[in-house]
Design a protein around this ligand. Structure first.
Ligand code: ADP
Length: 306
């Protein structure tokens, strides 16, 4: 095999209480990428459709992660990368992570899978660092491993794959406003109250337990963020109204996806997810902010070969 076409999914990081450690993978939105093995050595980005992004290998996250892997294993060939962007950069659903993970995943398959998912994450982190100026794997891990993941550590890379309850759906709204990741980070306090830390880590623990035991009530109680959301929500217009509309429509919980501006709600079943989508639409259609919404099942596979 000399070429491979893949679906590299969007992801939701943080999942309310799990800032920088929890994430899950989406099914209905993702980039497509085609990777070609070439006789000419090196890594080239040869096509980008759907977004204005740099073609220079060192300036595109897909190129940076590919180079990190390429330089480490020094294969006897090169790679051309085509990117068909469906995830808007800066939307808060892991646009850069999809590119960073997709290139290393595709190269690995074309080389006969010499690397495991943990090693792929290690190289993808180099690409993700280009977009966010720090190595974080909360979007990369669910894209590469699928389902829910917990990043226990990035150095060394240690990812825990968590179980996904069968009937779990997500509704997402992306208000098309710009929030710079740097601004979303700068707004956060440097120190937090011990009582808030206690609440937060009890919720992370109970959320993990809820996933293991299929306990939707416990999952709902655990989807709470007393540390990050109170600060970041002011960057997202109508956040409180969206959140209460989700809960009133039967969602298990609702929070900021990554650093925003996208907002996610988790639901038991597709029917409730669609109710929530309707509620999101009725809030935002009254504003003059451009937005889109979608419903997705949790993608337990991660990146898929097409
Ligand atoms: P998201 O949370 O949606 O991934 P980020 O702010 O983390 O958004 O990343 C987007 C940033 O990464 C933008 O500045 C974009 O120009 C840059 N970037 C570089 N290469 C890519 C790529 N292949 N895909 C997406 N973003 C890229």
């Amino acid at each position: 095999m000399d070429s491979i076409k893949i679906f590299s999914p969007a992801t939701v990081a943080n999942v309310s209480c799990g800032f920088d450690v929890l994430g899950f993978c989406l099914d209905s939105i993702g980039d497509e990428m085609i990777i070609h093995k070439t006789l000419e050595k090196g890594i080239r980005i040869t096509k980008i459709k759907g977004a204005e992004l740099p073609f220079e290998t060192e300036k595109n996250v897909a190129g940076v992660s590919a180079l990190a892997m390429y330089n480490a294993i020094n294969p006897d060939c090169g790679f051309d990368i085509e990117i068909y962007k469906k995830i808007k950069p800066g939307s808060g659903i892991g646009s850069s992570a999809a590119s960073a993970a997709g290139s290393v995943f595709g190269m690995n398959v074309l080389l006969g899978n010499p690397l495991d998912k943990t090693e792929l994450t290690k190289y993808a982190l180099k690409g993700e660092a280009l977009a966010s100026e720090c190595e974080h794997a909360d979007n990369l891990a669910p894209a590469i491993f699928g389902g829910f993941t917990l990043v226990r550590s990035v150095d060394p890379v240690d990812i825990l794959q968590l179980p996904t309850p069968d009937d779990l759906y997500v509704t997402l709204i992306h208000p098309q406003i710009e929030i710079k990741t740097a601004e979303a980070r700068a707004i956060l306090p440097k120190q937090i109250a011990l009582q808030n830390a206690i609440t937060q880590w009890s919720n992370v623990g109970s959320l993990v337990h809820a996933l293991h035991t299929n306990d939707y009530d416990l999952l709902s109680k655990s989807l709470s963020d007393v540390i990050i959301e109170p600060h970041r929500k002011q960057l997202i217009p109508y956040f409180d109204t969206i959140k209460s509309s989700a809960i009133d429509s039967g969602a298990l919980g609702c929070g900021i996806s990554g650093s925003g501006p996208s907002i996610f709600a988790l639901t038991k079943g597709e029917k409730i997810a669609k109710h929530v989508e309707k509620a999101f639409n009725s809030v935002y259609s009254k504003t003059n902010i451009k937005y889109y919404t979608f419903v997705s099942k949790i993608n337990t596979q991660g990146i898929k070969i097409l």
